[in-house]
Every structure is written in structure tokens, then in C-alpha cells.
Design a protein around this ligand. Structure first.
Ligand code: BES
Ligand code: MN
Ligand code: ZN
Length: 502
């Protein structure tokens, strides 16, 4: 899919849309039977107005109607999309539904190229519109059928998509386009990795992917194997991999886009390529979905791909502890006590609370980069899904000025891209629940506030820098008929980094 920005000259705007030569031009109409400026421009003969009047299209967000041979226009087809009841500028949600409807309709048309000419969105800039358009089209064409012997039925599909803007918007739109395509490519990688089966997407596979990103975008990859992980005394991480024959990896991927002396942002991603629960075995139903337990690492790799492609002027280090969590005669037992890289000891009361066990050592390792900020991303707790559902990722930080600022940046980046997060508390009171009679802490704090006690556990390993934790257990993938990775939170993370680089 080839996107471009098409500048429509404001001086000739009253005739400009009529002159656009394309297989299909997409324009908006409203519920009150009003036409957008571009639609009115095409409608000298009143065909669009009468389509609205007759009720052939309601104008509701998500509605669409294809017209052919609209007299006096250079476009072969005119695709009308509903934009709701707005008067001057369109509501965010209506715009989103309109581009989704356009993508759906175009998937079943013979049109090869299309020009999207939609109005401005209320309280949003052109960058937002461009990104929303690109991500909607890319989402609508994403397929995971690499392992099917018969590929999903091919739709004709549109190849070239031009987004119409005016001259004052053109520069910003072009920058936004480059960033949005990079973001979409990053999301695709995240989705692909997530959807791959756990017998293919192993820790070694993730390491190979990191190496490939390093080669493609001139980054530096360092892959540590079991011996090197042992040498670092990551006793907590290693305890999780005890039950499997699949070799663990510790991946470090560096993007040196900033000045050499600039402190990097460190992204840490949970990379459990399959979480059976270990000896604290999970119930059977839906256990296949625990292949998505590497969603944190997949989103970190997707984000690295995105910032590599856009050559972001920022230093970013990705750290991915990755292994399987399996039961066997050599697996870690409930009751085992391990020593983390930080020296703190942990009583493992439940081997299914393994994410925090691999992350805590990665968070200690992150200290050596003297980071500007560390953000860990993890499908960490079912409790987070209970708390926030599938709409928001959980965001946890300490509650001081520096961390309030970091939290605000992350929340804003989420809002900017519709990849939202919701802030949760970290408080001393919850730490009580992590007490162990025999070690510095237990790895579980009981069912009450499960996502918070998990965050409190991680917090103990992050005191040397500014840190945030994203629990993406509810947002990284969808279950049911539409089962599949969402590519989240690549938009949030990438936008956060873009904003930091600016
Ligand atoms: N990977 C899971 C968390 C998870 C569960 C994510 C379901 C998405 C859907 C994690 O390793 C886990 O098993 N957490 C336990 C923690 C508990 C034992 C304290 C959980 O959430 O049940
Ligand atoms: Mn688990
Ligand atoms: Zn897990």
C-alpha cells in the first residue's frame, strides 16, 4: 500500500476536487444532509445531494455509498462516507469510523488508486488525520495467513492512497506520513510476532528478529545466552527458564540516534514466549493465548523498528529478557527462593507470577545505561484485565514530580494515538502484601489489587532511575473470533519517543 500527500491548491479549491483524476475520490457527507466542502465541490449537478435526500446514505459515521460517473468530475468513482452530525469540523470518532468505512468499501472495489479528501477534525491537527487514515487502512489489510496452505481470500484492494491537504498543511502532513507508515510497519511486526505460534516464535526467534532490525536500521544488537546470563547473576530470570529445554536469551538492542552523551530512554519488554504457568500450571481453557505473553517484547521490537525507519534523533535501548515458562522435573517449585541480580531474595510462591521474575533482573541491568527514563511493557497480570478491561493499558509509576511528568507524557502519547493508558496507584500500603517469612519478598501479593502488587514488586528494582510500567495484559491481543495481536502499545511508545526527540 503506497501512501502519498496530495496538495490541493487553496486558490482553486472551488474547482480543485472536480479536477482530481483518480479511480476513486472519498468525500464526506453529514447527517443533516449537508455536504462537506469537497463533496459540494464535486456536486455541481446535485447527484450527491439527491443521494442524501433520498436516504441512500444516512451520513451517520460508518455509512458509505459508492457513486459512479458523477457528471463533471474527473474521478471515475465518488465514495461518500458519513461524518455524523458535525457542522464545521468533524468529531474524532466520526472521522475514524469514516476512514474505516472507506477502507472496507475500497477492499471490495476494482479501484487501484484513491484520493481521500475529508475535512479537518475538531481539536486535532493534520498529523492526527494522516496517522488515523494510514493506521486504519493498514489495519484493514493486515492478515496473518503465512501458515495457512490456502491464503485468506484476496480482496482486490486499493494500491495507492493519496491524502488531500491544503498547502499550509502539506509539510506537517508529509512528516506525519513518514512517521505513520513507520509506525504501521512497527505494528505489523508486533502483530506478526504475537500471532506466531510458540513453537516458532521462541526466544531464539526473537533474538534473530532483533539482529535483523539491527542490520536493517544500523542499530547494535547484543544477545546474551544462558552462560552470560548466569555470569550476570540473574538468578530470578534464570529460575523461570528451569523447566524448559528451549534456550533463554537476553536481548539488548541499541538505537544511537541522539548525541553520544545523551542519556537513553530504555524500553524493557516481557518476552515469555509461552506461559504455561510452570508447576503452578494454568487451567487448560484458552491456554494457547499465552503465546501472546511475549507481547511486551514484541511491542518493544515493533517500536524499535518504527524509530529505526524514521531515523529518530534519540538514544533508545531495548532490553528483552525472553524464555518459556514450562513445568518439568527441573522446573522451579513453589517455595523456592532465588537471588535476583540486585541481590534481593525472592520466595516464589506461585511459578505463574513469572513475568515480574524475568523483568526485575532486566530492570537491574538497565541501571548501567544511566537512563533518562525506563519503561517496561508486559502482559503482566490477569488482574489488570479485570481492572481496566481491553480499552486501557495500566500505567504505573511512583508518585513524585518527576514521575508525574513521565506519566503525563505517556498518557498524552496514548491519547494522541487512541492507544490509551490509565494511571493506577503505587503505594506503600500495597507493599505489605509482598511480605515473605523467608526471603526479602514473595513474588505474589494475593488476589486483591493484583496488578498493583505486581507493579509494587517491580518498583523495588527501579529506585535508581525514573521508571514507568505498562501492564498490557488486556490490550495486547484480542480473543474470540477476531483472535489476534493488536499491535499495541506501539503507537503509544513510538509517539512518546517522537515527542521526546522533538
Ligand atoms: N501472563 C500472565 C498474565 C495474563 C493472564 C495476561 C491472562 C493476560 C491474560 C502472568 O504471567 C500471570 O500468569 N499472572 C498471574 C499472576 C498471579 C499468579 C499472581 C495472573 O494474573 O493470574
Ligand atoms: Mn504467568
Ligand atoms: Zn506471564
Amino acid at each position: 500500500m503506497d501512501f502519498s500527500i496530495k496538495t490541493i491548491d487553496a486558490k482553486s479549491a472551488s474547482t480543485a476536487y472536480k479536477a482530481v483524476k483518480t479511480a476513486c475520490i472519498v468525500v464526506g457527507v453529514f447527517e443533516n444532509k449537508k455536504l462537506s466542502a469537497a463533496a459540494a465541490n464535486l456536486d455541481k449537478q446535485g447527484v450527491i445531494a439527491s443521494a442524501l435526500k433520498s436516504g441512500d446514505i444516512s451520513g451517520k459515521p460508518g455509512s458509505s455509498l459508492l457513486l459512479r460517473n458523477v457528471a463533471d468530475t474527473a474521478a471515475e468513482r465518488v465514495l461518500l462516507v458519513g461524518l455524523g452530525d458535525a457542522a464545521d469540523t468533524v468529531a474524532e470518532k466520526a472521522f475514524q469510523q469514516a476512514v474505516q468505512a472507506a477502507a472496507r468499501s475500497l477492499a471490495n472495489l476494482g479501484a487501484n488508486d484513491v484520493v481521500i479528501a475529508l475535512p479537518e477534525v475538531k481539536d486535532r491537527d493534520i498529523s492526527w488525520s494522516v496517522r488515523t487514515t494510514v493506521l486504519a487502512f493498514r489495519e484493514s489489510t493486515f492478515r496473518t495467513d503465512g501458515l495457512k496452505s490456502k491464503k485468506d481470500t484476496a480482496t482486490t484492494g486499493v494500491k495507492k492512497i493519496a491524502i488531500a491537504v491544503n498547502a499550509t498543511q502539506a509539510a506537517a502532513a508529509k512528516t506525519a506520513l513518514l512517521q505513520s507508515e513507520a509506525m504501521a510497519n512497527g505494528m505489523d511486526l508486533t502483530k506478526e510476532l504475537g500471532n506466531l505460534p510458540p513453537n516458532i516464535c521462541t526466544p531464539t526467534y526473537l533474538a534473530t528478529t532483533a539482529r535483523k532490525i539491527a542490520t536493517d536500521y544500523k542499530m547494535v544488537a547484543e544477545i546474551l545466552d544462558r552462560k552470560q546470563i548466569q555470569a550476570l547473576k540473574m538468578g530470578s530470570f534464570l529460575s523461570v527458564t528451569n523447566g524448559t529445554v528451549e534456550p533463554p536469551k537476553f536481548i539488548v538492542l541499541k538505537h544511537n540516534g541522539g548525541k553520544a552523551k545523551d542519556a537513553p530512554v530504555v524500553l524493557v519488554g516481557k518476552g515469555i514466549t509461552f506461559d504455561s504457568g510452570g508447576i503452578s500450571l494454568k487451567p487448560g481453557a484458552g491456554m494457547d493465548e499465552m503465546k501472546y505473553d511475549m507481547g511486551g517484547s514484541a511491542s518493544v521490537l515493533g517500536t524499535m523498528r518504527a524509530i529505526g525507519e524514521m531515523n529518530l534523533k534519540l538514544n533508545v535501548v531495548a532490553i528483552i529478557p525472553t524464555c518459556e515458562n514450562m513445568p518439568s522435573g527441573s522446573a522451579t517449585r513453589p517455595g523456592d527462593i532465588v537471588t535476583s541480580m540486585s541481590g534481593q531474595t525472592i520466595e516464589i510462591l506461585n511459578t505463574d507470577a513469572e513475568g515480574r521474575l524475568i523483568l526485575c533482573d532486566a530492570l537491574t541491568y538497565a541501571e548501567r545505561f544511566k537512563p533518562a527514563a525506563v519503561i517496561d511493557v508486559a502482559t503482566l497480570t490477569g488482574a489488570c484485565v479485570t481492572a481496566l478491561g481491553h480499552h486501557n493499558s495500566g500505567l504505573f509509576t511512583r508518585h513524585d514530580d518527576a514521575h508525574d511528568k513521565l506519566a503525563a507524557e505517556l498518557l498524552a502519547a496514548g491519547k494522541q494515538t487512541g492507544d490509551t493508558a490509565w494511571r493506577m496507584p503505587i503505594e506503600e500500603a500495597y507493599n505489605e502484601q509482598l511480605k515473605s517469612n523467608f526471603a526479602d519478598m514473595a513474588n505474589i501479593g494475593g488476589p486483591a489489587g493484583g496488578s498493583i502488587t505486581a507493579a509494587c514488586f517491580l518498583e523495588r528494582f527501579t529506585r535508581k532511575y525514573t521508571w514507568a510500567h505498562l501492564d498490557i495484559a488486556g490490550t495486547a491481543w484480542k480473543s474470540g473470533a477476531a483472535k489476534g495481536s493488536t499491535g499495541r502499545p506501539v503507537p503509544l511508545l513510538t509517539t512518546f519517543l517522537i515527542n521526546r526527540a522533538a
